[in-house]
Ligand binder design. Structure first.
Ligand code: G6P
Length: 489
């Protein structure tokens, strides 16, 4: 029987992702403090009553002793989380190495890093081996906790080997895989020495999901060009077995943001920010400090804008929140110093005794301060060089019901396909274009601003994270049921 959207059967779901939605900090030999992080996935699944989700993922901390492992496992069980323990060297090879130094840049069209070129194939190979080993460790934990009828939903580029590991152990297991990054053109994917193995493993899943139609199309053409398999309108066919491939664009829990704006502490924060910047327009960037986010390009475009528009000096400020991330990876450390150098130079050039044009913060703001900042911002600037979706653009729109600010959005973010007609789309590499767009955004007539905002707001409040999860899981059920019917015939 087919499952229609909105009529999901009662199901137990095992969500498998590199990271658990909980940050663990050791407080004593067997005591832990756990902080739940309410990402898109958590809020999406919380909203679906029929789904009983359990989470499997890396604990995020090194726990070398058995007492620690046992106590953390028990503490996490209360949050329905099951840890996978990885030692430091494995994290270095798998997470810093293969995931974040190889797959991440390649999937975002940044190529393979120089340190991993032919002269160091040895390190490439050992990182790839660690990646496969870790994926098998995740599979072992899934197998241990799996019960008949469970649905297993694997997430992201860290776990491309997982579908195959799971199906080899139990071919009846219902396995879905979703990629949160772009899937690059097959011409880029084919650079990877392990290109075929990764594709074959992902194809072991019953359903494979992407944020945009283009990523899904790239995946299907990689399978046809690299593996010689046939792409069908529904997915990829290999010897009569079809892997469903489709686009499911994610959203946010927009209500959480909209409701936060009504809280007294957020309203006070809004007032405080408005007073502090009463004589200035605010341009805002919120990004993880990642090579893909185009932070240097964004800041250079702002410099160009200041150079070309002296009348705006001291009347506009760029607030850039740069959340530190993956700080053990060389490219990320290099980026941090590069950004600091550019910001210092520009502030030195355009600053006064009392004011600077760029407020750059290497930090993560708490949720309420972030909402307040979104609400007071005149222009949000997202300059990603590539981005799977970019939910900062959604969060900004959700918080702009009263101000109706302008979103300048990179055409290389997945979100450009959904918010494109409300936002000003730019090529972040074109500093002139971004600078002109900043000028246009700051001077945009009210009626145009309102029209653009209205368009995006409608999209953000209707295409939520919950709707995304329901769409994926419904299609997952339909796919599995159809496959079962085919085998019976
Ligand atoms: C991206 C990835 C996620 C990842 C997040 C934060 O959004 O798609 O899988 O969790 O970045 O990166 P981190 O390496 O800190 O988990």
């Amino acid at each position: 029987q087919n499952t229609q959207k909105g009529s999901l059967p009662k199901q137990r779901l095992l969500v498998v992702a590199n990271r658990l939605p909980v940050r663990a900090k050791r407080m004593g030999e067997d005591s832990w403090s756990l902080e739940v992080s309410v990402g898109g996935l958590v809020s999406a699944l919380l909203g679906i009553d029929k789904i009983e989700a359990r989470w499997i993922g890396w604990a995020g901390v090194d726990v070398p002793d058995e007492t620690g492992k046992r106590s953390l496992t028990n503490a996490l069980a209360e949050k329905r989380c099951i840890p996978v323990f990885l030692d430091e060297e494995t994290v270095h090879q798998y997470y810093n190495g293969y995931c974040n130094n190889i797959l991440w840049p390649l999937f975002h069209y940044l190529g393979l890093p120089q340190e991993n070129h032919l002269a160091t194939t040895h390190s490439f190979q050992s990182q790839f081996d660690a990646y496969k080993r870790v994926n098998q460790m995740f599979a072992d934990v899934v197998n241990e906790h799996y019960e008949d009828g469970d649905v297993v939903w694997c997430h992201d580029y860290h776990l491309m080997f997982l579908p195959q590991c799971l199906k080899e152990h139990n071919s009846e297991m219902k396995v879905g895989w979703f990629l949160h990054t772009p899937f690059p053109s097959s011409e880029i994917h084919r650079i990877l020495p392990s290109r075929s193995e990764l594709l074959k493993s992902v194809l072991a899943a019953d359903i494979v999901g992407f944020h945009t139609y283009d990523y899904a199309r790239h995946f299907v053409s990689a399978c046809s060009r690299i593996l010689g398999l046939e792409g069908t309108p529904h997915g990829v066919e290999d010897q009569g077995r079809i892997t469903r491939v489709a686009a499911f664009p994610i959203g946010i829990d927009s209500n959480r943001f909209i409701k936060a704006l009504e809280l007294e502490k957020v309203r006070n924060k809004i007032k405080e920010l408005q007073e502090r910047f009463s004589d200035r327009k605010i341009i805002l960037g919120v990004d993880r400090l990642d090579t893909i986010k185009g932070i240097p390009q964004k800041i250079l475009a702002f410099e160009k804008f200041l150079e070309e528009n002296p009348s705006w000096h001291n009347k506009v400020v760029l607030i850039q929140i740069a959340v530190p991330t993956r700080t053990d990876v060389h490219e990320y450390r290099k980026l941090t110093s590069q950004v600091h150098e550019i910001v210092g130079r520009i502030n030195g050039k355009f600053g006064t005794l009392t004011e600077v044009p760029i407020h750059h913060l290497d930090t993560q703001l708490d949720f309420h301060t972030l909402c307040a900042l979104y609400a007071v911002t005149d222009v949000a600037l997202v300059a990603s060089l590539r981005d799977g979706m970019n939910l900062v653009s959604y969060e900004y729109v959700a918080c702009q019901a009263s101000k109706k600010g302008v979103l300048i959005l990179s055409e290389f973010a997945g979100a450009a396909q959904s918010l494109g007609s409300g936002a000003i789309l730019v090529n972040p590499w074109n500093i002139n274009e971004v600078s002109t767009s900043i000028y246009y955004a700051l001077n945009m007539p009210d009626d145009e601003r309102e029209k653009r905002h209205h368009h995006n707001f409608k999209h953000v409040i209707t295409h939520t994270s919950q709707e995304w999860a329901e769409n994926f899981l419904s299609e997952f059920n339909v796919t599995v049921n159809q496959a079962q019917m085919r085998t019976k015939q």
